[in-house]
Ligand binder design. Structure first.
Ligand code: 3SL
Length: 255
């Protein structure tokens, strides 16, 4: 089975995701934050394409039952309740039972694009839940019917990012091992091989990768250094968030 990594949505060609199982990665910080919000008890996260869509959605849903979350240029959006630091979503008193209308610069658009291209549920992955998502994808692929497994990195402004490539490489390794256990020979694209090699070469250095990456340096300049430590922790959560075309919810209800 084909295992591919697409390092940015800008590298996505039409039809490439058709029939495949797809996971979207945005370690800094959208998919880390989505995973955290859901494990803290949020009812659902609605990934939006722009600020106005998020505001309209929250208003229609009811502001007492919803939150507006996300960022522009890394910062809280005027009129929004929460920014895009995963640490803001740790407090169950804040997020429990809430529908979160969420807009971020690269991540939410990547999630929507992935669903539009593959026309089936899309997995949401970060370092903090990468083993749970990798196992879920391999489980879904085990009947051999999917065209392949594709990990779509959100990247940064159309370019690859080190932290997403690192996470996708770890997921490739898990997919390879998992597929083999099911007797399905993995067939890696060059991009998947490069990502897996990068992850292997930097084994155990997740925080260094995040801290030295372009986006990590940008976030540190804004004072979000603690987010990097949080987002770099492997498998903090056994959670599998899934986007069904409307909203993101937990597949297994685990935390
Ligand atoms: O681009 C995105 O989707 C965000 O995750 C970027 S930031 O880390 O909030 O700046």
């Amino acid at each position: 089975m084909r295992v591919d990594v697409i390092v940015s949505p800008a590298f996505l060609e039409g039809g490439e995701l058709e029939g495949s199982l797809c996971a979207v990665v945005d370690v800094l910080r959208a998919t880390s934050t989505i995973t955290t919000a859901l494990t803290s008890g949020a009812a659902a996260v609605y990934p939006c394409l722009d600020v106005e869509e998020a505001k309209r959605g929250a208003a229609a849903f009811g502001r007492e039952r919803s939150l507006l979350g996300g960022e522009e240029r890394g910062q809280l959006i005027p009129g929004f309740d929460l920014g895009n630091s995963p640490l803001e979503y740790l407090d169950a008193d804040v997020v429990d039972g809430k529908a979160i209308y969420f807009y971020t610069t690269n991540g939410t658009g990547a999630v929507r694009r992935a669903y539009a291209e593959c026309d089936r549920s899309v997995y949401i992955a970060a370092l903090i839940n990468m083993s749970a998502v990798s196992s879920a994808i391999v489980g879904a692929a085990s009947d051999g019917k999917a065209a392949g497994i594709v990990i779509l990195c959100s990247g940064r402004y159309g370019k690859p990012s080190a932290e997403d490539t690192f996470c996708s490489g770890l997921m490739v390794r898990m997919a390879v091992n998992g597929l083999r256990e099911f007797g399905i020979p993995p067939d890696l694209t060059d991009s998947a091989m490069v990502a897996a090699g990068f992850a292997e070469a930097n084994e155990g250095k997740g925080l260094d990768i995040l801290a030295s990456s372009e986006h990590g340096r940008f976030l540190q300049s804004l004072g979000f250094t603690p987010d990097l430590d949080f987002a770099s922790r492997l498998d903090s959560y056994n959670a599998v968030p899934v986007f069904n075309g409307e909203r993101i919810v937990l597949l297994n209800g685990d935390s």
